[in-house]
Design a protein around this ligand. Structure first.
Ligand SMILES: C[S@@+](CC[C@H](N)C(=O)[O-])C[C@H]1O[C@@H](n2cnc3c(N)ncnc32)[C@H](O)[C@@H]1O
Length: 316
């Protein structure tokens, strides 16, 4: 058995972790995982589900509605099983789903399987865009050139977890973006220091906005999972663009969470403190418990908590 100590990400596998089902916009998507693989990309991570369900919730009006997204070019970095990219393709985008070469066969299988489910379903599949799969190792100039930047959107879920990956990730995002690119990232905060370093790097280069929990799907959210919308500072400064993003993010109190605002920093810090303590609720106290049973999402969150606890346990 391995030594879990120091590994920033751990997955808990069981015989039924060979696949997950997720309903998005009425489509029953199925994503295969490989419980025997040691590669992080062969598992569906929770932030990708939060991301896809966020798109679903916010696609009726504003910048995520299919009429605005039709034909937009999207690149997904570190796609893994491809859940987040599928969310964008369902809204009409043309998506290039990328990852390291070892992950591509499973990613390809997931893309083909779900595309055929969508085209064979009775639901209207006309709004579906497209998905292609490509190899992209962060920082590899040939891979970057081959996907033909710039893109309208760069997306990624759970790609922020290790300090040594922050710089190549940021450089890759720069290389793929143009003045009008929007960057959508979602991830689970596991290390405060990685999170803070990353925010610092982003805030120096982009206008960073934190999506309020009220804008996320009521079930598919968790205090430790954050979604960010970023644009280049010059673009975000333009009145029309700022209004568009602010409208999208208007939360229930009518206020916006700007990442580069000191007051909001305090708010985010206290939210972060709450995430880090990751309170353990007795099972009966879990919100939304149906008939005393855990939903799939709640079971996943308990798995995540258990994995986090195991991270500090040395298994001989
Ligand atoms: C935790 S997984 C997240 C997978 C998927 N986005 C999800 O949310 O389910 C991290 C992903 O980043 C990818 N990754 C890590 N380092 C990378 C690199 N240097 N270049 C490209 N992809 C990388 C991994 O292959 C993996 O798919």
């Amino acid at each position: 058995m391995g030594n879990f100590c120091g590994n920033p990400l751990i997955k808990l596998n069981s015989p039924n972790t060979s696949g997950i089902a997720l309903e998005v916009l009425g489509h029953q998507l199925q994503f295969s995982q490989d419980p025997n693989s040691k590669h992080l990309g062969t598992t569906v991570w929770d932030a990708s589900m939060v991301f896809a369900k966020f798109l679903e919730k916010n696609c009726r009006k504003g910048r995520f509605c299919p009429s605005k997204l039709k034909g937009k070019r999207v690149i997904e970095l570190g796609a893994g099983c491809g859940v987040a990219g599928f969310g964008m393709a369902l809204l009409g985008c043309d998506v290039v789903s990328t990852d390291q070469v070892e992950v591509l066969p499973l990613l390809m299988r997931n893309v083909e399987r779900n595309m055929s489910r969508i085209t064979q379903s009775n639901l209207d599949s006309a709004s579906f865009g497209s998905i292609q799969v490509a190899e992209l190792d962060w920082g590899n100039q040939e891979h970057i050139k081959a996907v033909d930047p710039p893109f309208d959107f760069i997306i990624g879920t759970d790609v922020v977890y290790a300090e040594h990956l922050l710089e190549p990730l940021l450089q890759t995002i720069f290389a793929l973006s143009g003045p009008k690119t929007t960057i959508l990232l979602g991830y689970e905060i596991r290390s405060t220091s990685v999170h803070e370093q990353m925010l610092e790097m982003w805030k120096n280069n982009f206008e960073v906005k934190n999506v309020p929990k009220a804008k996320m799907d009521i079930k598919y959210q968790h205090p430790s999972i954050q979604l960010y919308i970023m644009e280049s500072k010059s673009r975000a400064g333009s009145a029309s663009s700022r209004k568009q993003v602010d409208n999208q993010l208007q939360n229930v109190n009518g206020s916006i969470e700007h990442e580069n605002n000191d007051e909001d920093d305090d708010e985010n810090k206290s939210e972060l403190a709450e995430c880090e303590s990751d309170k353990v609720h007795p099972v009966g106290e879990v919100a939304g418990l149906e008939n005393g049973k855990l939903s799939d999402w709640e079971a996943r969150r308990y798995g995540s908590l258990a994995a986090r606890l195991l991270r500090d346990v040395k298994i001989a």
